[in-house]
Design a protein around this ligand. Structure first.
Ligand code: PHE
Length: 451
């Protein structure tokens, strides 16, 4: 009896830790604006299909690789097959690229938290408020620096465990508030059109672009194809049922994303019309939610709670991204924790400043036609992560063999559900699909095809 109990606790602890890394700005900020941009319901449908096929396949593979090798990504891939050490390095690049711009967005959340706490929610609901904020020079930079510094201090003081423990209690509260806002929106007369846009797939809006965007979002949101889940997997106890844990993480992450989208996308429709969906872009959450809160009874108070909770979610994810980069440097360069953190801090400032200024005074500087933040987001989500995913599929499907993963997942006699799908996915469908996505995206980016 006792054994069973500790086994259970181990699994819950792992699922919550992995979900804490997974649930963050990807769900609350990135998912809604992509859903708005790529046709609402059709994006949701594509995302869900990808989540149960690709998401499941990659998540279970990475966690199993981690637990089997008991190593973080760089060594783990090499242990599975000696010619695949490079995959670990490639995966390790991703958090390094994501962290700076993640902290820029984290700074935006911090700004909105202070705005609501100081009772300026009404001003924030104004049409040009967000635009003039992010196009500024010093204000967004200061908020970015504060967010980055807090993240680093948490890492250096080793108090992330404490923060994670707090966040476990706060995340359900965030879910309840989100749910409350969704219900409030349903009751607003005229909300139907927006809800239909969000939920009903319109197949005429489907394009390869929808698939590419949904795939990048899947990687980002579930923290896969960047080595992070391999490291998490290496801490999982041998008696944990990986298959069940993967399902729980997937469901949790997807439900939060769907709810966040439900809260934001129909509201954009109501407050800014179809045009708002097309033009909102990365700022969608910050443009729409203040308007929703402004129209709600007790909206000021709800706004305060909401942004504080989003801030906590953003912080826990930023901590997990930074921890990944810092521990990688410690492992590779054998330097102290303080030195590693300082190095990451400097890199983040160097890459974060252009990401922030690209919305304002540096908006004229374009990389492949994108401002800095969009470029870094593109480089990690649309290029490197598909490459890592492709490499992982080839490694398991063609070099090491799926048996390595199957044995690890079924170690204690557990059932590997969807095993048939898994084998076909990792060997054939996923790699072919990744190549198609990479080729299409690259050709489109250079204007060679129009899709
Ligand atoms: N998955 C997290 C989110 O949805 C972001 C993240 C990216 C976390 C990379 C860890 C590593 O916000």
């Amino acid at each position: 009896m006792k054994e069973k109990r500790s086994n259970f606790t181990g699994s819950v602890g792992f699922v919550l830790a992995a979900a804490g890394s997974a649930v963050g700005l990807g769900n609350l900020w990135r998912f809604p604006y992509l859903a708005a941009q790529y046709g609402g319901g059709i994006f949701i449908l594509v995302y869900l299909i990808l989540a149960v096929t690709f998401g499941f396949t990659l998540l279970i593979t990475e966690i199993a690789i981690g637990r089997k090798t008991k190593n973080s990504s760089i060594l783990a891939y090499r242990k599975i097959h000696e010619r695949f050490g490079f995959l670990g390095y490639l995966a390790g690049l991703v958090p390094l690229i994501i962290l700076p711009y993640y902290c820029v967005i984290g700074g935006w959340v911090l700004k909105y938290t202070t705005v609501f706490v100081t009772g300026q929610g009404k001003e924030a609901a104004g049409d040009s408020y967000f635009g003039s904020f992010i196009s500024g020079t010093t204000t967004p930079l200061i908020y970015f620096l504060i967010f980055l510094t807090v993240t680093m201090v948490v890492i250096l003081c080793g108090v992330q465990k404490g923060i994670e423990r707090v966040s476990k209690f706060l995340m359900p509260v965030l879910l309840v508030i989100t749910l409350g806002v969704c219900i409030y929106e349903i009751t607003i007369p005229g909300s139907g059109a927006g809800i239909r846009y969000y939920l009903l797939p319109d197949f005429s809006k489907f394009s390869i672009k929808t698939v590419c965007a949904a795939m990048g979002q899947l990687f980002f949101s579930m923290s896969i194809a960047m080595g992070i889940m391999v490291s998490y997997g290496s801490y999982v106890k041998d008696d944990v049922n990986i298959g069940t844990a993967v399902n729980q993480i997937e469901i949790f992450d997807t439900v939060v994303a769907l709810l966040a989208g439900f809260m934001i996308v129909p509201a954009v429709y109501m407050f800014s019309g179809e045009e708002g969906l097309a033009t909102g872009g990365a700022g969608l959450m910050f443009i729409t939610l203040p308007k929703v809160f402004d129209s709600m009874p007790m909206g000021g108070l709800i706004g305060i709670c909401f942004f504080i909770l989003v801030l906590v979610a953003a912080l826990t994810s930023a901590i997990s991204v930074m921890e990944a980069t810092v521990s990688m440097l410690i492992d590779r360069l054998k330097i102290s924790r303080v030195k590693a953190a300082a190095t990451i801090f400097v890199i983040s400032i160097v890459l974060g400043i252009p990401s922030s200024l690209g919305n304002g005074i540096w908006s004229g500087i374009l990389l492949l036609g994108m401002d800095f933040l969009t470029f870094f987001d593109y480089l990690s989500n649309s290029i490197i992560m598909p490459l890592v995913a492709l490499g992982t599929c080839i490694l398991i499907g063609w070099f090491a063999g799926t048996k390595v993963i199957e044995d690890e997942v079924t170690k204690n006699g557990e059932k590997f559900s969807r095993l048939g799908i898994y084998r076909v996915m990792i060997k054939y469908i996923a790699p072919v699909f990744m190549v198609i996505i990479l080729v299409f995206y690259t050709l489109a980016q250079f204007g060679i095809i129009n899709y």
